[in-house]
Design a protein around this ligand. Structure first.
Ligand code: AP5
Ligand code: MG
Length: 219
């Protein structure tokens, strides 16, 4: 299964990812997670990315395209993949088409999670992430069993720098300007499926599963 998961910041892409990864046995490729790992390690990529991610701006296309291209060529992607947070611009989408064509593969589906802005803001501002394994929580919606401790690995939880209220507004603006046009791009190729992500994680996942099961039956 080769999937894209799309949606505005805070829509729940990263929260659906572990469920999809487990159900379909595919790696989760999140460019945001890749940038955060590089920032944590202080690599040249991390230093470059930090200047953009801290402000909620997009990292330049060519930098982002290169890291995805390399990642898709790793052996675990032969089983398929879930791309989360990439592509985010028309240029990235076109580059992805070229990469996939070179690899002789194509996407099975693009899932777009719709969530109204007021809920997105509430989700981003209450999000907590595990420093160790990257698992995502929410102070009221999805609290960990022990405050500030990851249920999965026991790591400590932190708030993403770009989840501050000042940055959240810019991320939404950047999304509507630069990423939302991709919905038309994928509508033209007939790959897109829209779901309502305003309810809980399980409800959202059930909608995704229904779409993917129908696709499977159809083929
Ligand atoms: P990235 O990490 O991709 O951030 P994003 O797209 O802004 O999306 P988020 O991770 O904020 O949201 P999500 O949809 O994953 O939501 P989550 O599941 O965590 O990108 C970060 C930055 O990196 C960008 O700003 C940019 O600078 C750079 N970057 C990344 N990719 C790039 C690219 N391709 N090109 C250029 N630059 C790029 O959920 C959010 C919260 O809500 C959590 O607290 C969660 O617990 C809670 N929640 C989730 N689902 C539900 C639900 N159904 N009900 C209740 N609560 C829920
Ligand atoms: Mg995410």
């Amino acid at each position: 299964m080769r999937l894209l998961i799309m949606g505005p910041p805070g829509a729940g892409k990263g929260s659906q990812a572990p469920l999809l990864k487990k159900t379909y046995g595919i790696p989760h490729i999140s460019t945001g997670d890749m940038f955060r790992a590089a920032i944590k390690q202080g690599t040249p990529l991390g230093i470059q990315a930090k200047a953009y991610t801290d402000k909620g701006e997009l990292v330049p296309d060519q930098v982002t395209i290169n890291i995805v291209k390399e990642r898709l060529q790793e052996p675990d992607c032969q089983a398929g993949f879930l791309l989360d947070g990439f592509p985010r611009t028309i240029a990235q989408a076109k580059a992805l088409d070229v990469i996939l064509k070179e690899m002789n593969i194509s996407l099975d589906a693009v899932i777009n999670i719709n969530v109204p802005d007021d809920i997105l803001i509430q989700r981003m501002s209450g999000r907590r992430m595990c420093r160790q394994c990257g698992a995502s929580y929410h102070i009221t919606n999805i609290p960990p069993q022990v405050a500030n401790v990851c249920d999965v690995c026991g790591g400590s939880l932190y708030q993403r720098k770009d989840d501050s209220l000042e940055t959240v507004g810019n991320r939404l603006e950047v999304y509507y300007k630069q990423t939302q046009p991709l919905l038309d791009y994928y509508a033209q190729s007939g790959l897109i499926h829209h779901i309502n992500g305003a309810k809980d994680v399980e409800d959202t996942f059930n909608q995704v599963k229904t779409i993917l099961e129908e696709l499977h039956d159809f083929h």
